[in-house]
Design a protein around this ligand. Structure first.
Ligand code: NAD
Length: 425
């Protein structure tokens, strides 16, 4: 089947290459010249473990090609996946302008029956909107179907997630489209949830909101554990082993970030408001998450004597989580903002992310030199087993804030660090 992927970002590029793995021919379309040039040259324009190898393999086998030419791309392909961004609007809802532009282009250039699949995360009712946008831009009435097929991959493990999904959700109204979609996914060994587009759209938002809720739940509980001198990691393990709860997304830390959870939770809250059925649990999830970096900054401030002016803080990790270069809504950047507002001096490090020169240091040693404190913000493997004794000798004071609860606290304490995690007692 000939597949067109519109939007060659994290989701589009991964989806396209996974379909190549399944034996399909794929075209990747993007309006961003730089991204297309990089992909045409066989280079990823973002960091994602394992994806570069797939690109090399399928570009060499000519299973995938990348273009900026919308008309030809639409004409030549049968199934069109919309994978463009759906950022947050000023009211918290999803900005559908990129999706609308794509739908209008498809309507304009469509030459025969197509299936248009929304893989972007879009609010309930968007399949209907896409249908109307396409119809309005058509010169001749050519039949088509719109299907909702949300994506659940995680940056940092996108290849594995996309190759081995927990489930595939197909929201379709026509039998023809449903059976073509099932054919497309026939080699994936997981349950397929067949439903209508509205339920499919809701599933994606409900999944992300539920995971964000787990994170805010454990982070708020960690604050109480702090007061009561309880190790929140033990609590996470103790409840996570209950199969009804599950162990994932129960690690206390900096709070959720990234390009999906923050905007998706807000978009669902907005949908709920618009429909007169507010989701008060999710409103609390957002509140707790927004407070978390500030709560942790206050911990640093208290430990350092109540004033951060001219204190030097080494920050380990600015990506919103390990194994990605994505800093969108990164809790680390929010903490840095709070620290800068307190007039602290920041020396930041990240193995992959490039940030402003004045704050970023190339090596871990340079980052901690003269620091009053080190704060671990992203759980990169690099930070797990550092030679803390030699790092200590470079620091001015020896405060270590492990906001990922990832280092061996007894060991660093025995070296002479004043250690503080997130309720890691
Ligand atoms: P991204 O910003 O990395 O990529 C989007 C791409 O679309 C960009 O390269 C942009 O240039 C391109 N684009 C915009 N308008 C276009 C147009 N008219 N024609 C062609 N290309 C166009 O975004 P992403 O992180 O890949 O996310 C895409 C969607 O998938 C979003 O709705 C997101 O919520 C959802 N999603 C993301 C993830 C994730 O982990 N990143 C996971 C699941 C779902």
């Amino acid at each position: 089947m000939k597949i067109l992927i519109v939007g060659t970002g994290y989701v589009g590029t991964t989806t396209g290459l996974i379909f190549c793995e399944m034996g399909h021919r794929v075209t990747g379309l993007d309006l961003d010249e730089c991204k297309i040039q990089a992909l045409q040259a066989g280079k990823l324009h973002f960091y994602e473990p394992g994806l570069g190898d797939l690109l090399t393999k399928h570009a060499a086998a000519q299973n995938i090609y990348f273009t900026k030419r919308t008309k030809e791309a639409v004409e030549e392909n049968d199934v069109i996946f919309i994978c463009v961004g759906t950022p947050q609007n000023s009211d918290g809802g999803a900005d559908l302008s990129y999706v609308k532009n794509v739908a209008e282009a498809i309507g304009k250039y469509m030459n025969n029956y197509k299936i248009i699949v929304t893989k972007s995360t879009v609010p309930v009712g968007t399949a209907e909107l896409v249908t109307n946008w396409i119809k309005k831009s058509q010169e001749d009435l050519i039949p088509f179907d719109v299907v909702s097929n949300p994506e659940f991959l995680r940056e940092g493990s996108a290849v594995q997630d996309a190759l081995n999904p927990d489930r595939i959700v197909i929201g379709a109204t026509s039998e023809k489209a449903r059976s073509i979609m099932k054919e497309l996914y026939k080699d994936f060994h997981c349950p397929i949830v067949e439903t209508n587009p509205k339920a499919s759209e809701m599933i994606k938002y409900a999944a992300n909101s539920f995971l964000a809720m787990k994170i805010s739940f454990i982070n708020e509980l960690a604050r109480l554990c702090d007061e009561l001198n309880i190790n929140v990691n033990d609590v996470s393990r103790g409840i996570g082993l209950d199969q009804r709860i599950g162990p994932l997304f129960l690690r206390a830390g900096m709070g959720y970030g990234g390009s999906c959870f923050p905007k998706d939770v807000n978009a669902l809250i907005q949908t709920a408001k618009e429909n007169g059925q507010p989701l008060s649990i999710l409103e609390s999830v957002v509140k707790v998450n927004a407070e978390q970096p500030l709560y942790l900054m206050e911990k640093i401030k208290d430990a350092l004597g109540g004033n951060l002016k001219n204190k030097t803080i080494g920050v380990f990790g600015v990506a919103f989580k390990a194994n990605t270069d994505d800093t969108r809504e990164s809790a680390s950047l929010k903490l840095i903002e709070h620290l800068l507002a307190e007039e602290a001096e920041i020396r930041a490090h990240d193995p992959i992310v490039k940030m402003e020169k004045e704050h970023q240091f190339r090596t871990i040693e340079e980052t901690v030199t003269g620091a009053d404190a080190v704060v671990i913000c992203t759980d990169w493997d690099e930070y797990k087993n550092l030679d803390w004794a030699s790092l200590k000798s470079l620091m001015k004071q020896t405060y270590l804030f492990d906001f990922c609860n990832m280092v061996d606290k007894e060991k660093v304490k025995s070296i002479g660090f004043q250690y503080m995690g997130v309720a890691n007692h």
